[in-house]
Write a protein that binds this ligand. Structure first.
Ligand SMILES: C[S@@+](CC[C@H](N)C(=O)[O-])C[C@H]1O[C@@H](n2cnc3c(N)ncnc32)[C@H](O)[C@@H]1O
Ligand code: SF4
Length: 386
């Protein structure tokens, strides 16, 4: 009798994040790695070449992988030539052949000019559009310094819903003077566009931004923490009533399949490549977890790829404690939580106190933050890591 053939184990999942740093205008609250795109066509073509080379070099470091997601983020990748997006998607497909059912997300701004190119992006292979509508009234959009009005954002959202199999909308709340009623109406209007996924972010005043300088000058005051907490509660209540489930602190999906496969890679501690300027990655190489980072400046990134083949300025192996702390930080953001076995390097001596206080659910196998715990997540993770 011949022995049965061994069942081949499925290769581990992999995500690819590609950072496209160009924007039509720099928003006053944004501290992402971005530049104005005006007059940079030649540089953009060279950057696409560098990203393709970087992806190829990083793929060589890894064994067999099952590519599950490509995320074209930014900046504003919807300003990219759709042919360039198609090329980078094809590079990924050829590096990891056999990746059939891929989630391919593109971040987009909702201007008419960009909406005109949605069909070309869908033809390039994009399956999921993440549209930054941010607000749905002109006054808020002017405050946020956006280059589109509410009508334009609505048109782009409706069109995207018809063109892409999956649609996610980003919103920003806790704007000065915003009432719970106004925020509730924005959420309702956003859900009306048929998106399967909504990501509402509380406005953060990031150091070094134009909003940071405006707050220091006294031009406006950020909302206080009480109103911030009430608006957060309003977010959870309204989106739940509309059929969205908060599977992560700022991410709500209508049904399991609507969850962002890409973001789940981050929150589950799976591997992802970061390519393009200012991109982070996490890769398991020879059984060790590697944290990677590319240079922030576009010129430095391209020079690094030319000189070294890949764009990795930082490659740092994470020790078991650093890995466990990262798992805690990421895992507790989601309703899946994090398995106790992944936290073996932490003593978790304050866990009973947090369970007692109703911040962490009483589950012997996993740590899952309760709704109250999610509201105070920074403090909860800090106590668990002590
Ligand atoms: C990479 S950014 C922007 C994508 C796209 N360029 C846009 O502006 O729509 C992703 C999301 O982060 C959120 N975001 C950026 N800066 C923020 C801030 N300071 N406070 C809250 N949310 C912010 C916005 O909702 C934005 O859509
Ligand atoms: S919010 Fe979006 S469009 Fe505005 S500067 Fe940041 S990445 Fe660019």
């Amino acid at each position: 009798m011949t022995a049965p053939a061994p069942i081949a184990a499925e290769p581990p999942p992999l995500g690819v994040y590609i950072h496209w740093p160009y924007c039509a205008r720099i928003c006053p609250y944004c501290d992402f790695a971005v530049v104005r795109d005006r007059g940079r066509r030649g540089e953009q073509a060279a950057l696409v070449d560098a990203i393709a080379a970087d992806l190829t070099a990083q793929a060589m470091m890894l064994g067999p992988r099952r590519l599950v997601s490509i995320f074209l983020g930014g900046g504003t990748p919807s300003l990219m030539d759709p042919k360039a997006a198609a090329r980078l998607i094809d590079v990924c497909r050829s590096l990891w052949p056999g990746s059939g059912d891929l989630e391919i997300t593109l971040e987009a701004n909702p201007t008419d000019a960009e909406a005109d190119r949605f069909s070309a992006f869908a033809a390039a292979g994009v399956t999921r559009l993440s549209l930054g509508v941010q607000a749905l009234d002109d006054q808020s959009l002017i405050f946020l310094g956006r280059n589109h009005g509410a009508d334009e954002a609505g048109r782009a959202a409706s069109l995207a819903g018809r063109i892409f199999p999956r649609l996610s909308l980003d919103l920003i709340y806790a704007l000065p003077g915003q009432t719970e009623q106004a925020w509730r109406e924005t959420i309702k209007a956003a859900a009306g566009f048929g998106a399967e996924h909504i990501s509402p972010y509380q406005l953060t005043i990031e150091a070094g931004t134009a909003f940071d300088r405006a707050v220091r000058r006294g031009s406006f005051a950020p909302v206080d923490s009480d109103l911030g907490a009430r608006l957060y509660d309003e977010t959870q209540g309204s989106l739940t009533a509309l059929g969205f489930h908060a599977y992560e602190v700022s991410n709500h999906a209508r049904g399991e399949a609507a969850r962002s496969r890409h973001n789940l890679i981050y929150w589950r501690g799976e591997d992802y490549i970061g390519a393009g300027p200012a991109a982070h990655g996490r890769l398991t190489v020879a059984g060790q977890r590697l944290a990677t980072e590319t240079p922030r400046a576009i010129g430095d990134y391209m020079a690094r790829v030319r000189a070294a083949g890949d764009g990795l300025l930082v490659r740092e192996f994470l020790d078991p404690r650093a890995q466990a702390e990262e798992r805690l930080l990421m895992g507790l953001r989601t309703d899946e939580g994090v398995g106790r076995a992944e936290l073996a390097a932490l003593s978790l001596f304050r866990l009973p106190e947090l369970v007692e206080a109703g911040m962490i659910a009483a589950d012997p196998a996993r740590l899952v933050a309760t709704p109250a715990g999610r509201l105070l997540l920074d403090r909860v993770t800090q106590m668990l890591a002590e």
